[in-house]
Ligand binder design. Structure first.
Ligand SMILES: O=C(O)CCC(=O)C(=O)O
Ligand SMILES: [Fe+2]
Length: 456
């Protein structure tokens, strides 16, 4: 097994994260630009000419964007061997009404479908993400700390679209007079830490079991609002502090578990569920979980392959019931983690990228294996299923200069052709990436009961 721990003592995953996070120019470029005495200030990870000799896997780069694209500026080349020796096997993924798309198996149960969504579908999903998925009752990263509008007609995003300078009171301001306090010497960072996702390792929900989770989360009264936060304008909140919206079953970040107490269960947006089901239905799962030798290059296998029970039926019975919509400004990152709070540990997680491209690090089941750097561009879909659900992953970098033209604001007097919501969506995405990731918490036939659970 190809394991590595860099000299700095960081795991291979962390080394890669640091490398892609750093905005210092790549040494090949820096060599001509940076004086020798400044070079030692560069992040040590920068001394890797290209990380582990790998390039990035960049399968959906539009033609004609090369000049401004940060993949190029940073010196990250589409790699000759992006998978580090692992073969990426091509498959065909059916798409209703659109024939099919190429898909690539990039690991056991891990599938990349570049450009799955067309331009119209991308814009529609950007719109839904901002103008629908952020509406009550869906919790937002801001909900604990701000008094957000309650009705969808006056949602935070509709304020952003129609009257962005509207002041949204912080909860603290309704209890204390924080808005009139002078700034403290060390002001709260713009993405308040409490709004960020705290990701630490925890026991897999499938091992802990439903009853124990319910007991653990019972009686939880919610997070405390920060008493330091001032009221802010809708523009400031949406553009700099909104980090996520939660769809369907509500995830409780503090307990790292879903809150199963809500009755009736929360609903998941139907059109999004249909898109995810179409994706799952269109995948030839027999090929994904087929011949072991096709997927695993030498030195790749670790802990054996997993062929999940019932995967033949996913096309019929996959039904996402929870999801997170991540909003990234170009400076934002998401630390390496594994999503293990779903009771079915192997069902597909469907991850949709919109807006600016991001570097997605696809690791292994430990942080010690060097991850594959994948450029996820607007319209790409990544599917994590089976053993792939146990793999570390994260987003160390959102890349400037990668917004596709169809998501850019129309300039030069044609603005009137677009409605206020579309313009607001395009204003937001001009500096951002959105990721929608949908999951199914419960295995097929799982019934929640009073004292226990019954599997049909
Ligand atoms: O933004 C992405 O592509 C990944 C998001 C993710 O891993 C998560 O929300 O768990
Ligand atoms: Fe994740």
């Amino acid at each position: 097994m190809a394991e590595s721990m860099s000299e700095s003592g960081h795991s291979a995953f962390r080394t890669s994260e640091k490398y892609f996070k750093s905005r210092a120019p790549h040494p090949e470029i820096a060599a001509g630009l940076i004086k020798r005495r400044f070079r030692k200030r560069l992040d040590p990870a920068q001394s890797y000419p290209l990380l582990q000799g790998q390039g990035v896997l960049d399968l959906s780069r539009p033609v004609g964007q090369e000049k401004e694209d940060e993949v190029k500026r940073a010196g990250w080349k589409p790699g000759e061997d992006p998978l580090g020796g692992r073969p990426a096997r091509k498959i065909r993924v059916d798409k209703p009404g659109a024939g099919s798309r190429d898909g690539y198996i990039v690991g056991d149960g891990l599938l990349l479908i570049p450009g799955y969504l067309n331009e119209t579908e991308q814009l529609a999903l950007v719109r839904s993400s901002l103008s629908e998925y952020t509406c009550p009752p869906n919790p937002l990263s801001l909900s604990t700390h701000y008094v957000l509008p309650k009705a969808s007609e006056t949602s935070l995003f509709s304020l952003y679209a129609s009257d962005p300078e509207t002041l949204v009171p912080s909860i603290a301001s309704t209890l204390l007079d924080v808005d009139t306090l002078r700034p403290s010497p060390s002001p709260t960072p713009s993405s308040s830490s409490s709004a960020k996702r705290q990701l630490t390792q925890n026991q897999a929900a499938s091992e802990e079991g439903y009853d124990s989770i319910v007991q653990r989360v019972e009686g939880w009264k919610g997070d405390e609002p920060s008493m330091k936060l001032k009221s802010k304008t809708a523009k400031k909140l949406v553009e700099t502090e909104l980090r996520w919206a939660n769809l369907g079953w509500v995830y409780n970040w503090t307990n790292k578990a879903y809150d199963f107490t809500s009755t009736p269960p929360p609903t998941f947006p139907e059109p999004l569920a249909e898109t995810c089901k179409d994706i799952v239905r269109g995948i030839p799962w027999d090929e994904v979980f087929g011949n072991i030798d096709d997927v695993c290059g030498e030195g790749y296998e670790e802990g054996g392959r997993i062929r999940p029970d019932g995967y033949h039926n996913w096309g019929e019975d996959y039904a996402p019931d929870t999801g997170i919509v991540n909003f990234y400004q170009t400076k934002d990152t998401l630390m390496g983690h594994v999503d293990r709070s779903e009771l079915d540990p192997y069902r597909p997680l469907i991850s949709i990228s919109l807006g600016h491209a991001g570097i997605f690090l696809l690791g292994e089941t430990t942080r010690q294996t060097p991850p594959i750097p994948i450029v996820l561009r607007s319209g790409d879909v990544l599917v994590m299923a089976g053993r792939g659900r146990k793999c570390y992953h994260g987003i160390p970098r959102i890349m400037e200069g990668t917004l596709p033209d169809h998501l850019k604001l129309i300039e030069g007097g044609q603005e009137e052709e677009e409605d206020e919501t579309t313009r607001a969506c395009k204003r937001f995405i001009s500096n951002a990436r959105i990721n929608i990731n949908a999951r199914q918490v419960f295995p097929k036939g799982f019934r929640r009961g009073g004292t226990g659970t019954v599997l049909e």
